[in-house]
Design a protein around this ligand. Structure first.
Ligand code: C2E
Ligand code: CA
Ligand code: CA
Ligand code: CA
Length: 275
């Protein structure tokens, strides 16, 4: 078995080294990119199902590397989280998103994804407060999207930070609802303003009875708890019709709009208003 293992190591070594090099390259380049125009924000609208109005825009980070082209957040966010660069990146995104929202021709909210790692440093609450003060964005217009892992960390310091943020008037959305192990327990521990059902459920909505049942239960849960329910990743009219019938509050997805560059958001809002 030992000889076998040895052989396996030799076979996989170059691949692992390659991956290591790739990660180191990403880290080095990302360090240089943060704070420059290589990192941009796109915004994806969330639509109220009752009124069809845009309630908010989710900020999504985009990295345009001069040589490698577009690098997706699915690739660089994990690197940023593993290297501590997420604090600088997250600060940049939050500041930029709040400043952008102040320039919109409407009072839509802006939703910002916050990594659980950003709660470790211990001053995200003070930073949010400072950004709200300097950009003059009303706190109710800021939604922080967090995942259950922030709640589950069980550490008192993170929890106190969340509580202080909530006192500022900032809203909280539970992102990727249903993908973790204890989404329900997290809802029971911290009061969220919104549940964002993970797109995997929406994708299977028409093919799988299980997904359809879960969608109904989550809509009902939102009604009982009096919190907004948003379905992500809506791509077809059939999915939209089902979500509407279930009584979801909001939808987000390519069917309604892809994420749009920051510079195009004001025109998008004006066009929506004219409809
Ligand atoms: P997420 O927060 O769950 O964001 C939703 C993702 O689904 C986005 O991918 C969005 O472009 C994509 N999406 C939206 N509608 C559809 C649809 O109809 N179909 C499909 N297939 N996908 C759709 P994106 O922009 O690639 O971001 C991926 C993830 O990276 C995000 O997942 C989020 O976890 C993370 N991320 C992005 N920007 C930031 C950021 O500024 N900070 C942090 N901490 N994480 C970020
Ligand atoms: Ca999100
Ligand atoms: Ca999500
Ligand atoms: Ca996600």
């Amino acid at each position: 078995a030992k000889a076998d293992g040895g052989r396996r190591v030799r076979v996989f070594e170059p691949e692992m080294e390659e991956r290591q090099n790739q990660r180191r390259w990403l880290e080095r380049e990302l360090r240089l990119a943060i704070g420059t125009d290589q990192i941009a924000l796109h915004y994806q609208p969330l639509f109220d199902l009752a009124t069809n109005a845009v309630t908010s825009f989710e900020a999504l980070a985009r990295w345009h590397h001069p040589e490698r082209g577009m690098i997706s957040p699915g690739e660089f966010i994990p690197v940023a989280e593993a290297t501590g660069l997420i604090d600088a990146l997250g600060a940049y995104v939050l500041q930029k998103a709040c400043a952008d929202a102040m320039g919109w021709p409407g009072k839509q909210r802006v939703a910002v994804n916050i990594s659980p790692i950003q709660f470790r440093e211990g001053n995200i609450d003070r930073f949010v407060e400072e950004v709200l003060r300097t950009t003059r964005l009303p706190s109710q217009r800021l939604e922080l999207e967090i995942t259950e892992s922030v709640i589950l960390s069980q550490d008192q310091a993170s929890f106190d930070m969340l509580t202080r943020l909530r006192r500022l008037g900032v809203r909280f959305s539970m992102d990727d609802f249903g993908t973790g192990y204890s989404s329900l327990s997290s809802l029971n521990t911290f009061r969220f303003d919104k549940i964002k059902l993970d797109q995997s459920f929406v994708r299977n909505l028409l093919e799988k009875d299980e997904a359809a049942a879960i969608v109904h239960v989550v809509a009902e849960l939102g009604r009982s708890l009096k919190i907004t329910t948003t379905a992500e990743g809506v791509e077809t009219p059939e999915q939209l019709a089902r979500l509407r019938a279930s009584g979801f509050s909001e939808v987000q997805g390519y069917l309604l709009s892809r994420p749009i560059p920051a510079a195009d958001v004001p025109d998008f809002i004006n066009t929506q208003n004219a409809l």
